[in-house]
Ligand binder design. Structure first.
Ligand code: SAM
Length: 481
């Protein structure tokens, strides 16, 4: 209900003294605010209003003789070497702290035209070539490959625009999805060849950081731009949760539905789904390995304790229940830093037909907590199996080794640690993940997988691939005492 004038409260306390609205510079300038220069002093712009600005400088204080509060001078805003504003200003505040300097400025005569500044800043950034000069160009063969790939995708988009877009208004959601599925089926064989070629081409240079940067930059300016209208590609590239591989992205991969509004968006999304099918085979292999363990060690039934680290949506639990008889019950611990992922997993589990065979607890902690020798970690001891898929791929070799060793310490004699990691083969996902969507992982070969168990003498170590040969699983078995 609308409030009457006499009931509108206004502000109280200090807030009664009105100041023109101040905006976070990073927010209104799309993460790349202009630089603020006052005479010879250079600052990063933190916030701005029509009449003034707040900023910081992390430079060592003794390097620069800063003007004192009250000083008057010329204030400039610049972006990529271009001047956006120039006017007289007064330094209203100057505070020196351990991290650098914080300063505030007030304009003397004119004011900032914020709408114009925002527009002009965006326009300069969009016009400029953001590549540092030292970025190396990819090989001609790779450039040709990207051009051919863009033409392949563009051919489909061209036909969609010509034949489907004119009648799209008349189509319902299901009809659009059906057309997109038909198109993706038609494209599949060639798209799979392209993915394989891409994996093979980048596999050769991936170990060379400079070349990798050049290849990624070129891919993002060509192939990625063709695909971004597909919601899955966009989520992978922009990572709206703030990190890659959030449970919503994982669910795209598990569900393989044609997401998006238009036929073109749905089609592009489905190309991404074809590229990410190994997510499903990875989940199935994990479920198999765990079920086999249970059938082998608990042939007479009983309770099996398992823990998933970086559990995400924990989709494998359904398959595990299906693959094992009713007299096998499961005590499950799900560890994930993302509460929404645990919420989602618990909601799904609540709807399982066989949920009475599961006793599930969730731990909203970082895996780093598990590495610490604290009392809280007692709950992990005596697990039959501790597993982790799509997680150790983010850990550097040393940390991965520590992680696997720690999990191994937790499992009981006769128990197993199972860790799934993307591989670096042409049958894998290195090109679409790392190069198209800047989803950086450790793509490990068999030797690097084994190396994760280097610190575990006496264990039986094996590495097995998934049926698509895109993922490797490290299986570390603890001998019976
Ligand atoms: C790529 S997903 C894999 C999810 C699941 N294992 C699967 O295969 O579907 C990685 C998961 O690790 C979680 N994660 C990321 N960093 C973590 C950390 N430091 N500690 C615990 N979990 C973390 C994320 O929240 C995400 O759910």
């Amino acid at each position: 209900m609308s409030k009457t004038y006499e009931n509108l409260p206004g502000a109280s306390g200090k807030a009664r003294f009105f100041r023109p609205s101040r905006y976070e510079a990073a927010e209104i300038f799309s993460g790349r605010p202009p630089r603020l220069v006052f005479e010879d002093e250079v600052f990063d712009l933190d916030n701005i209003s029509a009449r003034g600005a707040g900023c910081t400088s992390r430079k060592r204080v003794d390097d620069t003789p800063y003007a004192a509060p009250g000083a008057k001078g010329v204030l400039k805003l610049t972006q990529a070497g271009r001047e956006l504003f120039l006017g007289a200003a007064r330094k209203a505040r100057h505070i020196t702290g351990p991290g650098g300097v914080s300063a505030g400025f007030e304009l003397e005569e004119n004011s900032f035209d914020l709408d114009w500044l925002i527009r002009e800043n965006a326009s300069i950034l969009a016009r400029r070539d953001a590549r540092p000069a030292e970025i190396r160009d990819p090989s001609p063969a790779y450039k040709t490959f990207c051009a051919d790939t863009a033409a392949f995708i563009g051919g489909y988009l061209q036909r969609i625009n010509k034949f489907v877009a004119p009648i799209e208004d008349r189509l319902g959601e299901n009809e659009r999805s059906d057309i997109a599925r038909d198109l993706a089926n038609a494209a599949e064989a060639e798209w799979l060849n392209i993915l394989r070629d891409g994996n093979a081409l980048v596999g050769k240079i991936h170990g060379d950081k400079q070349q990798r940067i050049g290849y990624k930059s070129f891919t993002e300016r060509t192939v990625t731009q063709m695909l971004l209208a597909g919601p899955g590609w966009a989520r992978c590239l922009f990572k709206p949760a703030g990190y890659p591989g959030d449970y919503k992205i994982m669910n795209y991969g598990y569900e393989q539905k044609p997401e998006g509004d238009t036929v073109a968006q749905k089609f592009l999304h489905l190309l991404g789904m074809i590229a990410s099918r190994a997510i499903i085979t990875r989940m199935e292999v994990i479920a198999n390995l765990i079920s086999e363990y249970a059938l082998e060690k608990h042939a007479q039934g009983g309770e099996v304790s398992i823990t998933s680290v970086g559990s995400g949506p924990a989709r494998e639990l359904e398959d595990i229940l299906e693959a094992t008889p009713r007299d096998i019950r499961w005590r499950v611990t799900l560890v994930d830093q993302e509460p929404a992922a645990l919420d989602y997993a618990f909601d799904r589990i609540a709807r399982f037909k066989d949920r009475d065979r599961l006793q599930v607890s969730g731990l909203n902690i970082s895996f780093r907590e598990m590495l610490r020798p604290t009392q809280d970690n007692a709950s992990f001891v005596h697990n039959d199996v501790i597993y982790s898929s799509g997680f150790v791929d983010y850990l550097n070799p040393l940390l991965a080794q520590r992680f696997v060793k720690r999990l191994y310490d937790f499992v009981k004699p006769g128990g197993r640690v199972i860790v799934g990691n993307v591989n670096n083969r042409a049958t894998g996902m290195i090109w679409p993940l790392e190069y198209i969507t800047d989803w950086s992982l450790y793509f490990r070969n068999e030797e690097e997988m084994r190396a994760m168990a280097n610190e575990i003498p006496g264990a039986k170590v094996s590495v097995v691939p998934d049926p698509m040969d895109a993922i490797y699983f490290l299986v570390v078995e603890k001998p019976l005492d």
